[in-house]
Design a protein around this ligand. Structure first.
Ligand SMILES: Cc1cc2nc3c(=O)[nH]c(=O)nc-3n(C[C@H](O)[C@H](O)[C@H](O)COP(=O)(O)OP(=O)(O)OC[C@H]3O[C@@H](n4cnc5c(N)ncnc54)[C@H](O)[C@@H]3O)c2cc1C
Length: 164
């Protein structure tokens, strides 16, 4: 059996007049601001964030860092500073197959596959760990993290092409 699924974006951004891509996602600049309305930041599934390696896909792997970066950028702007470019590199693609099976493909920062793959119970345990443990810990933080240091920035993959 082959099963596929995907996500759809609310038509709200397009209806509001923001520049969107062919899937209705808000097109952003390197600092996650709307290219048509720079006072508007777009994050997560709703944003079309172009990197040197392509447009980021909608997963919590990208959703949480973009949210934190946008919040930090707004604080910077309120303090009279320029927002920093967002840098991000992928780490893995985990897919759950029920409760006891999964596939985890480790990736280069540009989302291309590395040689390392986890399958079966070990993959399911890995997926459960990354889904359940670290991010809720961040979500419970009383203070905003002072930097985006807790997600992979992509090294040379993002340094060369996407930093404007
Ligand atoms: C079944 C399923 C399984 C998934 N599994 C994984 C996984 O294993 N790993 C992974 O990385 N990703 C997974 N994803 C994708 C992941 O959930 C999304 O990429 C992530 O939640 C995107 O975060 P977001 O903040 O952009 O959007 P969301 O988490 O969708 O948050 C958007 C919020 O905006 C609110 N909202 C919407 N419209 C309005 C409005 N008009 N006014 C006010 N509020 C509004 C919504 O209620 C929601 O709370 C899965 C998604 C689904 C559906």
């Amino acid at each position: 059996m082959l099963w596929t699924s995907g996500t759809r974006v609310s038509p709200l951004a397009a209806a509001a007049g923001l520049t969107v891509d062919e899937r209705g996602r808000v097109v952003t600049d390197s600092a996650l601001r709307s290219v048509s309305h720079p006072d508007v930041y777009a994050v997560g599934d709703a944003a079309a964030i172009r990197r040197g390696y392509g447009v980021m896909h909608g997963t919590c792997q990208g959703g949480m860092p973009t949210g934190v970066h946008a919040a930090l950028s707004i604080l910077r702007v309120l303090a009279g500073k320029e927002p920093k470019p967002f840098r991000f590199g992928y780490y893995h693609t985990p897919v759950s197959l029920g409760r006891n099976d999964a596939v985890v493909q480790f990736t280069h920062p540009d989302d291309s596959p590395r040689r390392i793959v986890l399958t079966g119970k070990r993959a399911a345990q890995y997926k459960e760990t990354v889904t359940a443990v670290p991010w809720p810990t961040f979500a419970r933080m009383k203070k905003m993290p002072v930097s985006g240091a807790f997600w992979p920035h992509g090294g040379r993959y993002t340094r060369i092409r996407s930093a404007k």
